[in-house]
Design a protein around this ligand. Structure first.
Ligand SMILES: Cc1cc2nc3c(=O)[nH]c(=O)nc-3n(C[C@H](O)[C@H](O)[C@H](O)COP(=O)(O)OP(=O)(O)OC[C@H]3O[C@@H](n4cnc5c(N)ncnc54)[C@H](O)[C@@H]3O)c2cc1C
Length: 391
């Protein structure tokens, strides 16, 4: 079997994987990304989810920075898209920043190209058409992953592994406890054109509460459900186009439809700690590796603990982005683009330290390195301090 060897192996090249690989490579580790599709970005590019949700808490205070902010800027490097003015002006007051959240809409193709260019310039090995299908373990460690390539199976050895598959594939294959979500709703994000206007339509059944009559819920890990979700999403798009035509917009047609699934929560790690929107608002965790706001509401502040991104049975495994450990409410915050970058960056830094040093890094060292890289870690913004030892 063909064999490759890296210090840090990032499985999946969505936003979380991009952030993880950037951080690991900058930390001095020989790093690669194994990606089953043919481009970077996952849901955030191929899935046409082109809204970078806020980096702020909605009261004018920035929560996420570091690579999360870098990727927001990168997403518009080749245009179009604009950073809201109060977040560009250094002398803007919190009051001015409270009026407009630090978020933007970008163009998927520009982001995809810019991300690839950046990762290559940082020396990250990029492998496309590379679906990880198995894991090899020795005692409490993963020693390699096996991917399916056109030439057959390829073994990729590594000292640390980051599960950025969105679906916790590596956690699942490596025997970690995982949780599936069987309540995904119908989605169909697409761009239409009518010879005048290009429009983004975020079609979806309601995110919460009852679904419309005739619709259904979908598991994010069952073959049949995933396939039906794709088919039903495209039906949703076609129905929308035909309805618009019937309402007088005769020239409208679907210009761009997703080439990725539109499932929000599929499978994630059940770690030693589950991050929760409901229970963890305003709590500073002693092992915090990043801060986030709440994209649904102005005001709440959260810190994400290191424990939420660490494998349990595998000492050299990290789970990031949609894969990290959270309950259903917390998942709704950990799954969004800025948070995916926050958890990805922290895992990348920790994985590089682990790979280069051979030992699990102390949390204070990870935090120092995150701060050096511009990540905001500010316990003073939180009302409650949670010490790990006291738990
Ligand atoms: C309908 C919908 C609307 C949303 N709206 C917003 C929004 O407005 N704003 C926002 O910020 N967020 C939004 N989100 C959430 C957000 O887009 C995603 O959750 C986020 O982009 C996920 O990033 P990720 O890197 O964790 O996972 P993904 O984007 O899923 O990336 C995972 C990558 O891993 C690859 N992969 C998977 N399995 C394997 C394997 N076995 N081997 C190799 N590669 C593999 C995939 O191909 C993919 O490239 C939305 C999501 C959905 C579904």
């Amino acid at each position: 079997m063909e064999t490759l060897k890296y210090d840090v192996v990032v499985c999946g090249g969505g936003v979380a994987g991009i952030a993880a690989a950037l951080a690991a490579a900058r930390g001095g580790a020989k790093t690669c990304i194994l990606e089953k599709e043919y481009a970077l970005g996952g849901l955030a590019t191929l899935g046409l989810i082109v809204i970078y949700l806020p980096l702020c808490d909605g009261t004018g205070v920035q929560m996420s920075a570091g690579i999360s902010e870098e990727l927001l800027k990168l997403s518009i490097k080749y245009g179009p898209g604009e950073i809201p003015k109060p977040w560009i002006r250094e002398d803007a007051t919190e009051g001015e920043r409270a009026k407009e959240r630090y978020r933007l809409q970008y163009n998927a193709a520009s982001f995809m190209i810019a991300a690839e260019e950046l990762l290559l310039s940082e020396g990250v090995g990029l492998f496309y058409d590379a679906r990880v299908s198995n894991v090899v373990r020795d005692e409490d460690k993963i020693t390699s992953v096996i991917l399916e390539a056109k030439s057959g199976q390829v073994k990729v050895m590594g000292d640390a592994f980051i599960d950025a598959t969105g679906d916790a594939d590596i956690c699942y294959l490596a025997g970690e406890k995982t949780i599936d979500d069987s309540e995904n709703r119908r989605t169909g994000w697409y761009f239409s054109y009518d010879d005048k206007d290009l429009k983004l339509h975020g079609l979806t059944d309601p995110l919460y509460g009852n679904i419309p009559e005739g619709s259904r819920l979908y598991s994010g890990t069952k073959l049949e459900d995933i396939s039906q979700h794709c088919i039903d999403g495209r039906k949703m798009i076609l129905d929308h186009v035909l309805k618009s035509r019937a309402q007088g917009n005769k020239d409208i047609y679907p210009l761009l439809i997703p080439t990725f699934h539109g499932l929000r929560m599929t499978r994630r790690l059940a770690g030693t700690f589950e991050f929760s929107e409901d229970a963890h608002e305003g709590i500073w965790f002693e092992d915090a590796i990043g801060m986030i706001g709440n994209w649904k509401r102005r005001g709440p502040r959260y810190s994400i603990p290191y424990r939420a991104i660490k494998g349990v049975k595998n000492s050299n495994l990290f789970a990031v982005g949609r894969c990290c450990s959270a309950d259903k409410s917390g998942w709704d915050l950990t799954r969004v683009i800025p948070t995916c970058a926050v958890t990805g960056e922290a895992a990348g830094i920790a994985a590089a330290m682990l790979a280069l040093d051979g030992n699990e890094p102390e949390i204070s060292k990870i935090q120092d390195s995150l701060k050096e890289d511009g990540v905001l870690l500010k316990p003073e913004l939180f009302s409650t301090y949670d010490k790990i030892a006291a738990r």
